[in-house]
Design a protein around this ligand. Structure first.
Ligand code: GTP
Ligand code: MG
Length: 274
């Protein structure tokens, strides 16, 4: 690339395209191009402006999804904290979240034969914002899901219960697509978030199966698919038995009284807030 071309692509030059009133002579453009005031130059300028607007719009949308993840995470953390105080155990082990990459968004729309646009991302890609909740026991999954869905600012868009009806390969998890309002300085926006809720056992199976699927075409190896399904069944049995053990222990211990809850809260006052 020679010197002239380098100057041509500076950010100042791009900035000049965005500004209707800019003086192009300051941006190292060839004289012939500056004086050229014809419809083609105007079209290029207006297209450049359009691209910049789209890029900014996309960045803003991603920022909004990020905020929606924060909202949902906070709601889940509050539920966990409240439960911990009332029942002295945490239903949530940990939460992970992720923003879908641009390449995955493009790929998803391409598979559905839908053009890439901000409107189409919002309408057709449900998992741009993803939150995964890893619970201790199977009943915690439904308790957390119900407590989240019943909040009056949360709208349930879709629910898939792969625990009641596991996928043929053995995958188990509870999937929710929810819409959550996010308050910005000048607007309130309802954003979609995919929430996957599962136990530690379900999560370890899904993670390993996901890794293996990348290494091998599992579907084309029936013996491997069969073994994976067997592992899923064993883990499902482990989940049921662990829940059974917890329930047996709980049978012998009653829920704390109001006084006990107050005392527990008092004992926490001195602890630093996390
Ligand atoms: P996408 O799979 O996201 O295109 O949408 P969908 O409408 O098919 O959603 P579904 O609720 O069935 O699955 C969404 C997500 O769940 C996936 O993106 C994965 O993260 C996870 N998932 C679903 N099936 C499996 C599976 O068989 N194995 C693993 N490891 N993860 C799965
Ligand atoms: Mg997905």
């Amino acid at each position: 690339m020679n010197k002239k071309e380098e100057t041509f692509y500076t950010s100042e030059y791009i900035g000049s395209l965005l500004s209707e009133t800019s003086d192009s002579q300051n941006y190292g453009l060839p004289h012939e191009l500056i004086t050229l005031s014809n419809p083609i130059v105007e079209t290029v300028r207006s297209q450049a402006r359009e691209i910049m607007r789209s890029l900014i719009g996309y960045k803003e949308l991603m920022m909004m999804y990020k905020c929606a993840i924060k909202e949902v995470r906070t709601k889940l953390e509050i539920l966990d904290t409240e439960f911990e105080i009332r029942h002295k155990r945490n239903p949530i082990n940990f939460i992970v979240s992720r923003l879908k990459t641009t390449s995955s968004i493009i790929e998803k729309l391409r598979k559905k034969n839908i053009p890439f646009s901000i409107r189409n991302i919002e309408e057709y890609v449900n998992d741009v914002a993803g939150v995964r909740v890893i619970c201790s026991y199977v009943d915690d999954i439904y308790m957390i899901a119900d407590a989240l869905i019943q909040q009056d600012d949360i709208k349930l868009i879709r629910k898939k219960d792969y625990i009641a009806q596991p996928k043929p390969n053995g995958y188990r998890s509870l999937h929710l697509i929810v819409s959550v309002p996010v308050f910005f300085a000048e607007q309130k926006k309802h954003m979609k978030v995919e929430v996957q809720i599962r136990t530690i056992a379900m999560d370890s199976w899904a993670s390993l199966e996901h890794q293996l699927r990348y290494k091998q075409r599992v579907a084309e190896r029936p013996e491997i698919a069969e073994q994976l399904k067997e592992c899923a069944d064993i883990l499902s049995e482990v989940d049921s038995r662990m829940l059974g053990i917890r329930m047996k222990i709980e049978e012998n211990s009653s829920d704390p009284t109001e006084e006990e809850i107050l005392l527990e809260k008092l004992s926490r006052i001195d602890r630093p807030i996390e």
